[in-house]
Design a protein around this ligand. Structure first.
Ligand code: ZN
Length: 305
């Protein structure tokens, strides 16, 4: 099914990356710029993230010595330093997730660049290093503009993980150069399964943890079978709740018992993939951007040809 599988370290069948988007209440302030302070219930839902869920998640994955990647807005880092200190203290990767969860689709190139640099500087200050990777803050509304990837390349990012164009990492090229894309699978985003919340416009029925884990496990089995990779996009106030968090441990054990799995941070995966590209041991698929530079002609002329 995968024509060109990546040779993972030590002959592993697949790579597994547990990634978390640590938004806290940043998105509430962006979505309700005039009165977020009055949305107290929604604020409380999202503050559960750094206050309650992060320590619990760190305990769980710490017991299994599994590295994590936390995509964290600059504003969250400034507002909840205790939670961020815990992540850094446990040796996990802190990656870029914008400043205040803005939507790249609604910004000029310069605004996007300014926010990108602002978030980078905040991470550099707290970790001592520039972030290696980026995930668009607004992945749920697919907030990657025609400038986003160009700017990531210009700013020297090693990887992006905001797109959906393949099952395994691939290379994006643009006028600025190239960058590794570690693609998402929208079904491995926990919001799709668990969230029903009017302030965020989510109205789907809430699934049970057992049903959701069945979905995550099926994707893992396919990644293992076809030598791909499995990467979740989870959120502490969503998957960090009691029954949902408790259901993660059996999934971890299932992966461990199946064996030949490389548990890694996103930075480690990007470094490995770039090293097998450089050594010539693996040839990536290359996707050239931009896909289009303007609306296509067919939409200007709706007459059938
Ligand atoms: Zn986010």
């Amino acid at each position: 099914m995968i024509k060109n599988p990546i040779p993972w370290p030590n002959g592993a069948r697949c790579a597994v990356a547990f990634t978390w988007d640590v938004d806290a209440d940043s998105a509430v302030h962006v979505n309700y710029p005039d009165n977020a302070d009055n949305h107290v219930a929604t604020l409380s839902l999202m503050r559960y993230d750094p206050e309650v869920a992060i320590p619990r998640i760190l305990d769980l994955f710490g017991r299994h010595e599994i590295p994590l990647t936390f995509f964290t807005p600059g504003w969250t880092i400034e507002s909840y330093p205790a939670a961020i200190d815990l992540m850094i203290g446990a040796g996990h990767e802190i990656a870029h997730h914008g400043y205040l969860h803005h939507d790249n689709n609604n910004m000029s190139r310069q605004q996007e660049l300014d926010i990108l640099c602002q978030g980078t500087e905040i991470i550099r200050k707290i970790t001592g290093n520039r972030p290696l990777g980026y995930r668009t803050p607004n992945i749920r509304s697919n907030g990657v503009s025609r400038n986003t990837i160009d700017l990531l390349i210009q700013e020297g990012f090693v990887y992006d993980t905001s797109l959906f164009g393949d099952d395994i990492p691939y290379v994006l090229t643009s006028g600025q150069g190239s960058i590794l894309e570690i693609p998402c699978l929208h079904g491995l985003d926990d919001w799709k399964h668990y969230m029903n919340w009017r302030d965020f416009g989510y109205h789907m029925p809430v699934s049970t943890p057992a049903r959701v884990m069945e979905f995550f496990k099926a994707e893992f089995d396919a990644a293992w079978e076809y030598r791909g990779m499995w990467m979740c996009v989870w959120h502490p106030p969503v998957s960090g709740r009691l029954a949902r968090c408790a259901a993660i441990e059996p999934l971890i054990r299932y992966m461990q018992e199946k064996g030949d799995v490389w548990f890694a941070s996103m930075g480690e995966i990007a470094a490995h993939v770039n090293s097998v590209i450089e050594s010539g041991d693996w040839k990536p698929r290359i996707d050239r951007l931009p896909y289009w530079v303007s609306p296509i002609a067919a939409v200007q002329d709706p007459q059938p040809r």
